[in-house]
Write a protein that binds this ligand. Structure first.
Ligand code: FES
Ligand code: FES
Length: 226
């Protein structure tokens, strides 16, 4: 009710002031609008940031537009406060320091940012961190176990499947998914399922050879390494 009284008192002042001086009346009118707006916001008028902020402060919660996001990355749990616009690749690289995941195009064209979310390959630059709240995420840093490289990583080394290495983390993550999902039974199939990962150095034949090498060494070994 306080803002009701405040508003009525201000309207009376406008009327009274405008009789004495029209410009002063306009000034007071403008003040009234601002005063009533602030008063409405402070009392939780819906759909305004100020209203939400006032209610949040009353509840002892600071309103800053960020969300609490829980990420389980490579077996470690992290709780972050992030703006909703933060992508998964930025959360991994800038907030968790996991810079193995690369940001190439930042628009879903190159595959350099590929990570696994609940076992499925996703482009981290097209995924908002809030979308994967509570999900299990694996990055290139999480593939090796107890100091032993993942068979796909070993095969990339053996087959010289990289030059500058910038695309390699994304290639490896996609290759692991390609084999794991059963899409690596032929060269044509591997090319098709790896087509979302670009390599400016042109290491494609060696990447395909690395995946074929893993398949030749037995998918059972690969499954055991997971
Ligand atoms: S950085 Fe994500 S697809 Fe290129
Ligand atoms: S190894 Fe250089 S971009 Fe692929």
């Amino acid at each position: 009710m306080a803002w009701d009284l405040c508003a009525w008192l201000s309207i009376y002042l406008v009327w009274d002031s405008s009789k004495a001086h029209p410009y002063r009346g306009e000034f007071v009118a403008a003040s009234v609008v601002g005063e009533v707006t602030v008063s409405l916001a402070a009392h939780g008028w819906p759909h305004t940031d100020a209203g939400r902020e006032a209610r949040s402060e009353e509840a002892g919660v600071r309103f800053d537009g960020r969300s609490v996001v829980r990420l389980l990355v490579n077996g470690h749990s992290h709780t972050l406060r992030l703006e909703p616009r933060v992508t998964l690749v930025d959360a991994l690289r800038d907030r968790l320091g996991l810079t193995g995941t690369k940001k190439g195009c930042d628009r879903g064209e190159c595959g350099a940012c590929t990570v696994h979310v609940d076992g499925r390959p996703v482009l981290a630059c097209l995924t908002l961190a809030v979308m994967v709240d509570g999900a299990e995420i694996t990055t290139i840093e999480g593939l090796a176990r107890d100091g032993t490289l993942h068979p796909v990583q070993e095969a990339f080394l053996c087959c010289d499947a990289f030059q500058c290495g910038f695309c390699t983390p994304g290639q490896v993550m996609s290759a692991v998914a390609c084999i794991g999902q059963g899409h690596a039974d032929s060269v044509a199939e591997i090319k098709e399922w790896m087509s979302g990962n670009l390599c400016r150095c042109g290491s494609y034949p060696h990447i395909v050879a690395a995946i074929m090498r893993v398949m030749a060494s037995g998918r059972d070994r690969w499954v055991a390494s997971r």
